[in-house]
Design a protein around this ligand. Structure first.
Ligand SMILES: *[C@@H]1O[C@H](CO)[C@@H](O)[C@H](O)[C@H]1NC(C)=O
Ligand SMILES: *[C@@H]1O[C@H](CO)[C@@H](O)[C@H](O)[C@H]1NC(C)=O
Ligand SMILES: *[C@@H]1O[C@H](CO)[C@@H](O)[C@H](O)[C@H]1NC(C)=O
Ligand SMILES: *[C@@H]1O[C@H](CO)[C@@H](O)[C@H](O)[C@H]1NC(C)=O
Ligand SMILES: *[C@@H]1O[C@H](CO)[C@@H](O)[C@H](O)[C@H]1NC(C)=O
Ligand SMILES: *[C@@H]1O[C@H](CO)[C@@H](O)[C@H](O)[C@H]1NC(C)=O
Ligand SMILES: *[C@@H]1O[C@H](CO)[C@@H](O)[C@H](O)[C@H]1NC(C)=O
Ligand SMILES: *[C@@H]1O[C@H](CO)[C@@H](O)[C@H](O)[C@H]1NC(C)=O
Ligand SMILES: *[C@@H]1O[C@H](CO)[C@@H](O)[C@H](O)[C@H]1NC(C)=O
Ligand SMILES: *[C@@H]1O[C@H](CO)[C@@H](O)[C@H](O)[C@H]1NC(C)=O
Ligand SMILES: CC(=O)N[C@H]1CO[C@H](CO)[C@@H](O)[C@@H]1O
Length: 559
């Protein structure tokens, strides 16, 4: 008996222990489940905020309605934890660079646009967003003039001593870009693609540290050649190359190659990131440019010379040892052609950016309404109808010549005019002079074009003017590449989603081909096929009857 007791008690003890163990396991599993659910929900949330788009046009849109006020519905696909939503999220490494080499003529061909989308994978996204939420880095020690500490820059603070001027901090944590901030004795040697940090004597270490940084906003691009950033060791510091010039302002090292030459990328990959990274300097910063492109410098001179009042340095050819109190290597970027205000030093928004661009191109201030409204206003104050013809709203029709072109431009023009607009057909080339072209865009109430880089001219529109995007069959990036931005910039975002019958793919392949009957099935087969069919092979024949009803609605909104 007695012998049983311990035995029984021990067996019940074992049972209890076992039960506890089970509970613990169950609890653990439950906890794991909960945290998984949480993670999925949260990361799903992250994903949908940063991927906002992936749109399926509704039936109404397909038949040509305006989606101006309410944001278009987000397809179920975008919330599904599925590969199909990721199709556009992956940059095709390696090939991108080659595809991109456009020569002058091809400039507005944005066959690469989709390539260059948010290349964040799920983890990447979630991480990036977490970093955002960590908020402002505490390190404030660098001089007040250098308000460079922006977003998650200090996510990696392992190498920073608090209160120290700061060793080079290279932050590789963002899925889009890498960046280094060097405060103190920073020396840039262009021909060697090297930026050195010479620590003060008391901080020197026996070992140095070294990074290789792609100095533009798309760190996956093979074309962007790395710049070396080094903290010199104690021994190296003693033989550091002597400064050949000393500068009082900070410098930023960045690359001008990559996907540039397509305006969407010019702005999205370089100009907006440069704005985010340097606008707060108010011009008191020097640009050290790797892979400098003279056409880019010419085309965007007004923007570049406003962001920096100092000469641009052709860094690849610069043999001097340039010494600065601060050097940034790389450009920050938040999303495709976009700005996350919470991650900028002065809460800049895309609206700020558009107004800034208009300002430096000396376009009328924001208090001016759209050209049509202004003309009407004047006429009203002038008094009565004197019989002269009333000014019409003006629509710029972008005439693409490569892929995704309108094959019936004359009919479209006629329909636009019949709806009461003045039409202006434009084919901006890469070398278009923006000083003049910006004025032409500014004089328009509507900028109309097929989904493509030329729509990037929307920065020159006035508040309340419309971007009329003709969305080709099977293309689902309309909102993400342009629509979201238009709304953020207080432009009317109008989408005309073509029906299958308006795509030349329909004539070519017939209604039963999956690309017509089920575009989603093509998307699922990957970006290469999607790109080939929907981006490269497709032209557009707008059904002007259907289009006219949309134009009439649009006309009403402009009055
Ligand atoms: C992927 O999406 C398709 C349709 O969009 C759906 O049928 C499938 O279940 C999804 N797969 C997963 C793993 O979610
Ligand atoms: C996602 O893509 C991978 C690789 O392309 C493939 O192996 C996998 O089956 C896909 N998963 C789904 C749910 O489609
Ligand atoms: C996704 O991103 C994470 C973090 O940036 C990275 O570690 C991982 O390798 C990436 N996965 C793929 C498939 O690109
Ligand atoms: C940053 O510096 C300013 C002025 O030097 C100071 O007022 C502020 O409290 C500092 N912020 C942090 C987070 O240290
Ligand atoms: C940054 O450094 C502080 C103090 O050393 C530490 O508490 C913190 O965890 C570090 N943060 C990161 C992201 O490493
Ligand atoms: C550039 O690199 C070369 C080779 O490493 C070196 O000999 C030269 O001194 C460097 N130039 C400067 C200015 O440091
Ligand atoms: C940049 O433009 C703004 C107006 O938008 C002007 O106030 C500022 O002085 C300009 N800066 C430079 C360096 O030209
Ligand atoms: C920027 O926005 C944040 C929240 O989004 C706000 O707390 C902060 O006050 C804003 N800063 C400025 C300068 O407007
Ligand atoms: C539009 O572009 C096509 C092809 O480049 C050209 O043939 C046509 O003349 C252009 N139309 C107008 C009205 O400029
Ligand atoms: C054009 O659209 C109208 C109105 O939606 C429709 O009745 C007509 O059949 C369409 N024409 C063609 C050629 O598809
Ligand atoms: C009726 C009328 O006054 N029309 C005028 C409106 O304004 C435009 C441009 O300012 C003039 O060209 C029209 O004649």
């Amino acid at each position: 008996m007695a012998a049983d007791l311990p035995s029984s008690s021990s067996s019940s003890g074992v049972a209890r222990a076992l039960a506890h163990h089970h509970q613990a396991v169950l609890g653990f599993l439950l906890g794991l489940f909960v945290s998984l659910v949480l993670y999925t929900t949260v990361s799903g949330q992250f994903r949908s905020t940063s991927t906002i788009v992936v749109l399926q046009s509704t039936q109404a849109e397909r038949t040509g309605q305006i989606s101006m006020t309410s944001p278009p519905p987000v397809s179920s696909a975008s919330s599904a934890p599925n590969n199909s939503t990721q199709v556009h999220d992956h940059i095709e490494n390696g090939q991108t660079g080659e595809v991109i080499k456009t020569t002058g003529k091809e400039d507005l061909e944005d066959k690469n646009v989709a390539h260059a989308t948010d290349m964040n994978n799920k983890t990447g996204n979630a991480q990036a967003d977490k970093i955002d939420q960590l908020g402002q880095p505490a390190n404030n020690a660098s001089d007040k003039g250098y308000l460079i500490r922006q977003d998650g820059g200090d996510g990696n603070n392992g190498s920073v001593k608090h209160g120290a001027p700061g060793k080079p901090i290279c932050d590789l944590s963002d899925p889009r870009y890498d960046i280094c901030e060097i405060s103190g004795d920073a020396r840039a040697i262009g021909v060697n693609r090297t930026v050195l940090y010479v620590p003060p004597t008391e901080e020197r270490d026996t070992n140095g540290q070294e990074w290789a940084i792609k100095d533009q906003s798309r760190k996956q691009l093979v074309d962007i050649i790395e710049v070396n950033v080094k903290t010199l060791s104690a021994a190296q510091s003693l033989v550091a190359p002597e400064c050949t010039s000393r500068h009082a302002v900070p410098a930023v090292v960045f690359a001008m190659n990559g996907l540039t030459s397509n305006p969407w990328h010019d702005f999205g990959d370089v100009l907006i990131p440069l704005f985010i990274t340097t606008r707060a300097y108010d011009g008191e910063v020097q640009f050290l440019v790797t892979e400098i492109q003279s056409w880019f410098v010419d085309k965007y001179r007004l923007i570049l010379t406003n962001l920096s009042r100092y000469d641009i340095v052709d860094f690849n050819k610069d043999a001097g040892v340039r010494c600065y109190p601060h050097i940034t290597v790389g450009l920050r970027s938040h999303r495709d052609l976009g700005i996350d205000p919470a991650r900028t030093p002065r809460n800049y928004t895309m609206l700020d950016f558009r107004l800034y661009i208009r300002d430096i191109f000396s376009l009328p201030p924001d208090s001016q309404g759209t050209p049509y409204k202004e003309a009407n206003k004047k006429n009203e104050t002038d008094g009565i109808d004197d019989g002269t013809e009333k000014q019409k709203p003006r629509l710029m029709l972008i005439n693409r010549s490569g892929n995704r072109k309108f094959v019936n431009v004359p009919e479209i023009s006629a329909a636009v005019q019949a709806a009461g607009f003045e039409v202006l057909v434009e084919e901006p080339s890469r070398d278009v002079r923006l000083e003049e072209f910006s004025r032409v865009v500014d004089s328009c109430d509507v900028l109309m074009g097929a989904h493509g880089a030329a729509l990037t001219s929307f920065f020159f529109l006035r508040t309340g003017a419309a971007m009329l995007q003709v969305v080709p069959w099977g293309v689902d990036t309309a909102m993400r590449y342009f629509g979201v931005q238009a709304k953020e910039m207080m432009l009317q975002d109008v989408e005309y989603n073509i029906a299958a019958e308006e795509s030349t793919l329909y004539e070519k392949y017939g209604k039963d081909h999956p690309m017509i009957s089920d575009p989603e099935s093509i998307h699922k087969q990957g970006w290469e096929l999607t790109r080939q069919y929907f981006w490269l092979e497709q032209d557009i024949r707008i059904n002007t009857t259907k289009f006219a009803s949309m134009l009439h609605q649009l006309f009403q909104t402009l009055a």
